[in-house]
Design a protein around this ligand. Structure first.
Ligand code: HEC
Length: 193
């Protein structure tokens, strides 16, 4: 009986320890994973990740886009990299950011105006930081069917625009309202972009 409280205390510690381990393991994938041939394995649970922004009909040139429908882009980041970013204002190795372009609609159910998002998703774009694997530190992949996807070649326009205009390490943190103040405070934000 004398040892009762000590044993209960130890048992509580062990249970708490297991709880912490189970929690860590249940976090969505932290790091990018690849097939043997170097394709990116699509992180199917990205919808459980941290939400950064939604952009509606964003265009990047003076010319009219010619689109006759609305597009809404949702941007997510894997939660483990987000935790690191919040502390340092830098994306750690293994960071994955996803842009999910969705078809917008105006009228449906009780909605008469404005824009809401529909189930129709176009190619999912993934931006991956992995300096050991990619010469410029980052690479893009596009997934249309949830299958492993090949890297977009380094001379594509994706890379030049992100490099020239992304305010933090080739990412568009200037458009991510909860990430921007973190980077500004950490001194990793390029205000000229
Ligand atoms: C002319 C500039 C430009 C080009 C070209 C471009 N992007 Fe982007 N990209 C942006 C902007 C601006 C955002 C922020 C979007 C938002 O706020 O919704 C963005 C965001 C992203 C994101 C979210 C993560 C991040 O890096 O900020 C991904 C992923 C992405 N783009 C993939 C691509 C891919 C793949 C291509 C090429 C097929 C591409 N982009 C071409 C301007 C560009």
């Amino acid at each position: 009986m004398k040892y009762g409280p000590i044993l209960i205390g130890a048992a509580t510690l062990i249970v708490a320890g297991f709880g912490a381990a189970a929690y860590t393991n249940s976090l969505p994938e932290a790091a990018a994973r690849y097939t043997a041939s170097g394709d990116l394995i699509f992180p199917k649970d990205y919808r459980e990740w941290v939400f950064l922004t939604s952009g509606v009909n964003m265009t990047y040139s003076e010319q009219a886009s010619g689109m006759n429908h609305d597009m809404v882009d949702n941007v997510f980041v894997d939660p483990v990299s987000w935790q690191a970013f919040k502390k340092t204002g830098k994306w750690p190795e293994g960071t994955m950011l996803i842009k999910e372009p969705r078809m917008g609609a105006h009228e449906g159910s009780i909605s008469k105006g404005g824009t809401f998002q529909t189930e129709e998703v176009f190619g999912l774009e993934v931006h991956v930081k992995d300096s050991k694997r990619f010469k410029d530190g980052w690479a893009f992949f596009v997934h249309s069917d949830g299958q492993p996807a090949q890297m977009i070649p380094g001379d594509a326009e994706c890379y030049s625009c992100h490099k020239a205009s992304g305010a933090v390490d080739t990412t568009f943190v200037q458009f991510y309202p909860t990430a921007k103040p973190v980077a500004v405070k950490a001194g990793t934000f390029d205000a000229a972009k």
